[in-house]
Design a binder for this molecule. Structure first.
Ligand SMILES: [Zn+2]
Length: 258
């Protein structure tokens, strides 16, 4: 059995300022799904080095000449940025993997855990939303422009979470919930954090562009049927069931081995 610290401290308090920001992000980021401009990642220096990462499927950061930097749509990143993007993807992938692992252990209907963990991508494209699940590619794409100022703090906090996990799982989980900056992106909040929101789209197999993707949904989980529940509430219901089965303790156990 996993102990369940999540149940003791479900909500992390956010300041009024953070709250306003979160709501603004939710409205601006979640309601509209237009890609404003296609971009590509371009490395800051022209020195050749490692092959491009999995950070984006549609763009390559390799071997761009400096003249290309001047092209419209080039998003210049340093080696450090690229590293932080990869840590960010590792973090999201770890959380999503355990989320799905636990989801498959619970009795559910109308929740699509069986299709596997969505691919996580960071894209340089400009868009009016932070992240978007695409049901065709079964991928969650996060816009670099929205996270670039926070990537370093997310990556450092994830490293700290990993270090703590190697010593004590519980203290790692408490760090994640109470102190880690990445919690706003992947943790339990109201409104739902970005990744929980997008995972819920994946579980319902709908994208932001699919009609009323934030309408009401009927599903069952862990023996309870939830009828015609607003999308935002479905995020909380599913997250809470998975958290109550030790989501974060299991993440800590896994990353302790990384
Ligand atoms: Zn949405």
């Amino acid at each position: 059995m996993y102990t369940d610290p999540e149940n003791k401290l479900k909500y992390r308090k956010v300041s009024p300022f953070e709250g306003v920001q979160l709501l603004a992000r939710w409205f601006l980021g979640k309601l509209y799904g237009q890609v404003v401009q296609k971009n590509v990642f371009v490395k800051e220096s022209t020195s050749s080095s490692s092959s491009s990462s999995s950070s984006s499927s549609s763009s390559s950061s390799s071997s761009s000449s400096s003249s290309k930097v001047a092209n419209v749509g080039a998003v210049v990143i340093t080696e450090k940025d690229k590293y932080n993007i990869n840590v960010f993807i590792e973090m999201l992938t770890a959380v999503c993997s355990v989320y799905y692992e636990i989801g498959k252990e619970v009795n559910t209907s109308n929740l699509n855990f069986s299709s596997g963990v969505p691919k996580i991508e960071v894209t340089p494209d400009e868009a009016s939303f932070i992240a978007q699940y695409n049901h065709v590619s079964h991928a969650i794409r996060v816009r670099y422009s929205y996270i670039k100022d926070k990537l370093e703090s997310y990556a450092n906090a994830w490293k700290e979470f990993k270090n703590l996990s190697k010593k004590n799982h519980l203290s790692a989980v408490e760090y994640a919930r109470l102190k880690a900056p990445f919690w706003e992106f992947i943790g339990r909040q109201i409104p739902a954090s970005t990744i929980i929101h997008e995972l819920q789209h994946a579980l319902f197999k709908n994208s932001h562009r699919d009609g009323d993707s934030h309408g009401n949904f009927t599903f069952s989980i862990d023996g309870t049927t939830h009828t015609s529940v607003p999308f935002e509430k479905t995020c909380e219901v599913v997250y809470d069931v998975i958290a109550s089965r030790g989501l974060w303790m299991r993440i800590a156990k896994i990353v302790a081995l990384l």
